[in-house]
Ligand binder design. Sequence first.
Ligand code: SF4
Length: 244
Amino acid sequence: MTIAGLQKLSLIDYPGKITAVVFLMGCNFRCPFCQNPELVDYHYRDETIQIKISEKEFFKFLESRKKLLSGVCITGGEPTINSDLPEFISKIKKLGFSVKLDTNIFNPLMIEKLINGSKENLIDYFAIDIKSSPENYSKASGVEIGIKKIEESLKIISKSKIPFELRTTAAPRIIGREEIDKIKKWLKNSGVLEKAEIFAIQQFRNEKTLDEKFKKIKPYSDDELKIFGKILEPYVKKVEIRGI
Ligand code: SF4
């Protein structure tokens, strides 16, 4: 595992908690609208950016923040591509922190391992990316995928008692009103939507994107994002529009 970055303090990444955010290098997706290409692959990294922290430094930092922080958000890239993720999280939990995991859920084996693989309660909160409706998942994720693995992970997480939120980035050309409606039907019929704590619609930003073409795409207006929210509202505990 490579720790590619550390945000020492965040008040917004984990509902109700003051956290640090740790960014793990690498991702199994290539979403064209990705706003963190430098975390996806070294190929996308600006050579002037030198961000790499040893695990030793990271845990030393956490030790020093035991009284100030209550949680750690693990994000990426995609954290579940790291086979040593359970051990890494276990070390964080032993220091007394709650753990939130951001994931694209394309690795159901790791999701299963994290939830049911040991007696330890490793994850306290999941933030799950929903890239698109099932039929458009390959386009949205930038890789040829079947939806089976995504659905398998959704089943494992929604069967567990671990709270989770769903998040969709409203990237034009990928997401629109019809697409949100299809996502709603898909997740409602599979019983996932009603169990989510929050469905977050995230504003797309075009300053930095994995696919250069997306830099030319204008984000949706705030009002349009609110309309997306309205489509979901009757079926979910809470809708949040983020980044406006
Ligand atoms: S937006 Fe897509 S490509 Fe970027 S880190 Fe997330 S899953 Fe990976």
